[in-house]
Ligand binder design. Sequence first.
Ligand code: AMP
Ligand code: MG
Length: 343
Amino acid sequence: MKTDVLPIDNPIRMHAAVQKAVALLDQGAVIALPTETVYGLAADAMNTDAVKSIYAIKGRPATNPLIVHVAGRSMLAGCVPSWPEVAERFLRAFWPGPLTLVLPKAAGISSQITAGLDSVALRWPLHPFMQRVIETLGRPVAAPSANLANQLSPTSAAQVLAQLKGRIPLIVDGGSASVGIESTVLDLCGEYPVVLRPGMIHLESLRAVDPNTTPRQATQGDGPGASAEAACKSPGLHQKHYAPSAPMRVIRWNASESLARFPARFHANAHKTCVLCHEHLPDPACFLRVSVIPSDPEAYARALYAELYACDRLHPELILVESVPDTHPWDGIRDRLYRASSA
Ligand code: AMP
Ligand code: MG
């Protein structure tokens, strides 16, 4: 299959790409579209065969449900039996934006999308192209990240092309994703809101809307003790996820230590090791590559996957990442670094 890449860098190209994307979705095709979080692998959410194709193309386990993307309130009616007051408060605060809300599903949402769960994950994306595609199609769009299962999420069209060339007919190139990591996933099915996956909309911001919001228990799908219960509640939260192909280690070090000694500890050579740092800058001459990422959570998230892709292309023996602060704005980044390094 030939994979077209369409830019949307002016209004005429944007319009043409919307028409092309909507025509393909309407025919049941699976295509890659830019969103503000990461690039999505999109299909018409109401077309069961198209939704099945998403799983086949990605090699995604059938047990890992998809996020349904809407544009506007009117589309919510077909997705959920009712719209609770708590959901309305989160909608007003954060939609459109990088927050996914999990709610009991309407009958019209197929179990292909929800992997057999009674709940559905919903998001109203901020990206203007994605909004226009969904509005023009007139139906919600199911879209996981546009990568092969267990690989890095793409934040640029080039990264999608590298993984999915020949497998899909269209990639729309919207430039670099402005958020850079996957959405925060918030479960609203229980007594109080629970963060299933941390993201750039973090706990402090969520608690400003509902003070009862709690993080997922640390043992649930979040570390060596990843429980079956967590995998069942949000099956995408497997520990090994969001990972580059090279082994990765997150390390804490201070300026007085020689970073050059760390690779040996992990049985790697320094000159075959890539380093991602934001505060302590090592001597670049010692390493295969040194990426200096801004020490600000928003800028860090935007850069993270692009830097990991760039490292991976060099086939290093090891990727060493300087640990990030323990504060809530960094929760989503810490989560991805943890998962990527526990592969
Ligand atoms: P991705 O689209 O690849 O960013 O992954 C979607 C995430 O949303 C995964 O972590 C899923 O487990 C989670 N998710 C999707 N639907 C549900 C649901 N009904 N209940 C809980 N988590 C969900
Ligand atoms: Mg994904």
